[in-house]
Design a protein around this ligand. Structure first.
Ligand SMILES: Cc1cc2nc3c(=O)[nH]c(=O)nc-3n(C[C@H](O)[C@H](O)[C@H](O)COP(=O)(O)OP(=O)(O)OC[C@H]3O[C@@H](n4cnc5c(N)ncnc54)[C@H](O)[C@@H]3O)c2cc1C
Ligand SMILES: NC(=O)c1ccc[n+]([C@@H]2O[C@H](COP(=O)([O-])OP(=O)(O)OC[C@H]3O[C@@H](n4cnc5c(N)ncnc54)[C@H](O)[C@@H]3O)[C@@H](O)[C@H]2O)c1
Length: 453
């Protein structure tokens, strides 16, 4: 190996967070090496947010068409996965080709290196035979990968993760889904609407367990309406695969079978083989923890899923912005996590920001809860079929502020916008109560819940 080439910054992993950081730093005139071993853009555009939301858009169109009887006449729908698979190939992923994204980065002045990067010492990064010495430092943005649980018989079977599910050109007749979190629920509902007979196996006692119990109940009811069977409180103990069939033996002794098995049991930071020990960081840690400027160590920043602060594209972009401002010495606010927004794109959508009621109580906050049901609001009543949802507000009574909120319903993720601003910027509840909420909108239900605070 020759002498290390000196540059300003090396960014490891060009997913959402790394691409944003590398592009901005290159655009600011620094010499930036961006390293990516798979596709520039990462999980979100190729196997995550964008293609899965295309599936959901298609599934929701079918569901809306099926709601025509009773409110607008008769309807008949004939689901066909081919247009979905085609859109994913032609519009979302360029059939998993990142040329456009690579050009976007190099167009900003960055230098792209395809390969697997490892840190070899302070400021030093190796990619194959090349070694770089980053004067200003290293940004780690290596994201997360699907966790595959150690279930007897699972390894070696042709199970799916989100990647194979997104790449599917045809759908199975039956599918088993391990895990009732965001990935399991979104993919299950979209595919069920195309006629796939789905059984979700969730080890915990409710689906979408990180959100409010009311959110779990609302989603569980919606899944049941789509014909999905949800088994909670049971775990898979054994997987058998023969012919075209997966068979799972569950912890209660029962068995379930399906043509496909989707594993959606969570995600883990990609830290393996990264050489963290060469810079004094713990290679066995679950995530790369940082300070409020995204600094994980001396001249090392970490952004996105790998930090464990919330595996969402908007969090990766947010953290990339904080790190870039720190590296460029531009100042501005450091990272704050009191108002993390998230939306699970089931129908109804479950939007949430900040703390849940349980989290707020555990934090010792003087909690007051406001709740309103969407079907009993004017807009929910008008909407009719598909109007399930609610607004739940978590207030800190002593400070007179909202510390969390959930907005579930049609466009629940959009309604969340107002609540996100309120929690982020600490709008006094008195001011929120004086707000005029347009009639008859879904977001007017916020006003109804607000009156209980
Ligand atoms: C099915 C699914 C649906 C999702 N839907 C949403 C959604 O609707 N909204 C939302 O906000 N979020 C969603 N997410 C989450 C979102 O995709 C992630 O939060 C986001 O991609 C994180 O960006 P990142 O840059 O941290 O990581 P990633 O996108 O994972 O990118 C990390 C990159 O680093 C590369 N890499 C890793 N190690 C190395 C190495 N040693 N050398 C070189 N390259 C390396 C990887 O190949 C990868 O491209 C979804 C995720 C999944 C799986
Ligand atoms: N709309 C969005 O923004 C969106 C969509 C998809 C994914 N994501 C991101 O990706 C992350 C990962 O999603 P995910 O759904 O894989 O993980 P998750 O952590 O949200 O849910 C995993 C679920 O699997 C269950 N589980 C774990 N092991 C199990 C086992 N052996 N048997 C049965 N159940 C088991 C857990 O109890 C949990 O409920 C999300 O937390 C989110 O940050 C976001």
């Amino acid at each position: 190996m020759g002498e290390a080439e000196q540059v300003d910054i090396v960014v490891i992993g060009l997913g959402v967070g790394g691409e944003e950081a590398a592009g901005r730093l290159a655009g600011a005139g620094l010499s930036v090496i961006g390293v990516e071993h798979t596709l520039v853009g990462g999980e979100c555009p190729y196997w995550g947010c964008i293609p899965t939301k295309m599936m959901i858009r298609a599934g929701n169109a079918l569901a809306e068409a099926r709601r025509v009887p009773g409110i607008a006449g008769a309807s008949q729908v004939q689901p066909d996965w081919a247009p979905v698979a085609r859109r994913i190939r032609e519009e979302a992923t360029d059939t998993w080709d990142d040329k456009v994204a690579v050009d976007r980065f190099t167009g900003k002045g960055g230098r792209f290196v395809r390969g697997r990067a490892a840190i070899t010492g302070p400021g030093r990064v190796r990619v194959g035979e090349q070694e770089f010495l980053a004067r200003r430092g290293i940004v780690v943005a290596t994201g997360t990968a699907a966790v595959i649980p150690a279930i007897d018989g699972l390894a070696g079977t042709p199970f799916w993760t989100n990647r194979e599910a997104v790449e599917a050109q045809t759908l199975p007749a039956t599918m088993l889904v391990l895990g009732g979190g965001a990935i399991g629920l979104e993919l299950s509902q979209a595919m069920a609407r195309f006629g796939v007979d789905i059984t979700i196996i969730e080890g915990g006692d409710r689906v979408l367990a990180m959100e409010e119990p009311e959110s779990s109940e609302t989603v569980a009811a919606a899944l049941a309406e789509d014909g999905i069977t949800t088994r909670t409180g049971v775990r898979a103990q054994r997987v058998d695969h023969s012919g075209d069939l997966f068979s799972l033996t569950l912890s209660d002794g029962s068995t379930v079978a399906g043509e496909r098995l989707l594993v959606a049991t969570g995600r883990a930071a990609r830290l393996d083989g990264l050489g963290l020990d060469t810079v004094g960081l713990d290679p066995s840690a679950r995530f790369l923890t940082t300070d409020e400027w995204m600094r994980a160590g001396d001249k090392i920043w970490a952004v996105g899923d790998v930090t464990g602060n919330g595996a969402f594209t908007h969090m990766a972009m947010y953290e990339a912005d904080v790190a870039v401002r720190d590296i460029l010495g531009q100042g501005g606010p450091p990272a704050a996590y009191h108002a993390r927004p998230r939306v699970t794109f089931t129908d109804p959508e479950i939007g949430a920001v900040g703390l849940t009621e349980k989290q707020a109580r555990e934090a010792g906050i003087d909690v007051r809860v406001g709740y309103s049901s969407l079907p009993s609001s004017s807009r929910g009543f008008i909407h009719g079929p598909g109007n399930a949802g609610f607004i739940k507000l978590i207030a800190d009574r002593s400070r007179g502020l909202l510390v969390g909120a959930t907005s579930a319903g049609p466009s629940g993720g959009e309604v969340l916008g107002a609540l996100s601003v309120a929690v982020t910027t600490a709008v006094p509840i008195a001011a929120l109560q004086g707000t005029i909420w347009a009639y008859p909108t879904f977001h007017r239900a916020i006003g109804d819940a607000m009156r209980q605070l």
